[in-house]
Design a protein around this ligand. Structure first.
Ligand SMILES: Cc1cc2nc3c(=O)[nH]c(=O)nc-3n(C[C@H](O)[C@H](O)[C@H](O)COP(=O)(O)O)c2cc1C
Length: 342
């Protein structure tokens, strides 16, 4: 049996016997251990797709398939993601202050729909701890345990305890610490699980945030991307594109999870953001709408679970794609399947 088949028939049933969060933590613990263990890299490299380099916003990606934010929130397994063959990895969401997130349970599986609902609420170690970890990785000698040969993005969000009026300062704190360590930075204004966060997508708030980050970025000069929700009106989206273009945003990540749960039977529904297959079409429509109005680079995220859904995103106008829920259901063989089908 090949390595991809082994995931489907053996590893996934074992992981799915655990609660979603326990399975996630087990996977992260193993990948963290593998990151420090060169022998394990050779096993992980069996999943690696053939290189297909592409250059977007000044960075070269060995292939266009990345790991979406939220999988490795604290950046503990970066060398392992590179060994598995990701073309880039996005760490975070990181907030200025460490925070525990919402009470458990807070991740729910819907295997029939190949979907997840999560309301984690940005559980993470905080900007100081993540900066220390990534700083050490940057300084460690090159090689399998060190900084990888793929771009690493860092996704930033607002601390829950920070009042809305102080949101900009909160982002700036994380930006100043983490931007120098990142290849690109993402401003996440689209998680449904931090009260008020998505109102940062509104015109005045967004203008303030992007303007402040632009000034802070004069020294660091990193590509700064904006990650948006799939639940925006056309008018909101147009406003966001204009504000992004006026403030030096290097690209848009479209999209985060949705608050539209119509694909989930009411009796099984949970509060949170829905990801996976039911999000695919909605998020592709957002990509088309952006591309119809702008030449900004787009990273597609939302319901990519095979080569066809990946091709759909690129045809809609994206340059790069990211996977999360599809990777949970399909496993590490997904990368090669997508890369071969592009
Ligand atoms: C359990 C879980 C946690 C997530 N955490 C984050 C996060 O911290 N920051 C973020 O920007 N997106 C987060 N996301 C959203 C994903 O990065 C992605 O944009 C979304 O799930 C859509 O892609 P998918 O359908 O391939 O999962 C999370 C998604 C899931 C399922």
């Amino acid at each position: 049996m090949n390595a991809a088949g082994l995931y489907q028939s053996l590893v996934r049933p074992l992981l799915f016997a655990l609660s979603p969060e326990a399975a996630h933590n087990l996977a992260i613990r193993n990948l963290r251990a593998a990151s420090n263990w060169p022998v394990a890299h050779r096993q992980l490299e069996r999943f690696r797709p053939v290189p297909k380099p592409t250059t977007v916003f000044g960075l070269t990606f060995p292939n266009p398939i990345g790991l979406a934010a939220g999988f490795d929130k604290n950046g503990v397994a970066i060398p392992a993601w590179a060994a598995l063959g990701f073309g880039f990895v996005e760490v975070g969401t990181v907030t200025a202050k460490p925070q525990p997130g919402n009470p458990k349970p807070r991740i729910f599986r819907y295997p029939e729909q190949e979907a997840l609902i999560n309301r984690l609420g940005f559980n993470n170690d905080g900007a100081d701890a993540v900066a220390a970890r990534l700083g050490a990785l940057r300084e460690s000698p090159e090689g399998v345990r060190g900084w990888p040969a793929i771009p690493v993005g860092i996704n930033l969000g607002k601390s829950k305890v920070t009042p809305f009026e102080e949101a900009v300062e909160d982002y700036l704190y994380s930006f100043r610490l983490l931007a120098p360590l990142a290849d690109y930075v993402v401003l996440n204004v689209s998680s449904p699980n931090t009260p008020g966060l998505r109102s940062l997508q509104e015109h005045n708030a967004l203008k303030q945030l992007l303007g402040a980050v632009r000034s802070a970025n004069e020294r660091t000069q990193r590509p700064v991307l904006l990650k948006i929700a799939p639940d925006l009106s056309v008018a909101d989206l147009e406003q966001i594109i204009t504000t992004s273009e006026q403030n030096g945003i290097a690209g848009i990540i479209a999209t985060n999870t949705t608050v539209d749960h119509s694909a989930i039977p009411g009796s099984l529904d949970q509060t949170g953001g829905l990801s996976g297959r039911p999000l695919r079409e909605k998020s592709t429509q957002i990509i088309r709408a952006i591309r119809a109005r702008s030449q900004l680079p787009i990273i597609a995220s939302g319901g990519i679970s095979d080569a066809a859904s990946a091709r759909e995103k690129l045809a809609a106008g994206a340059q790069l794609i990211q996977v999360y829920t599809g990777y949970v259901y399909r496993g590490p063989g997904l990368l090669r399947e997508i890369a071969e089908g592009l």
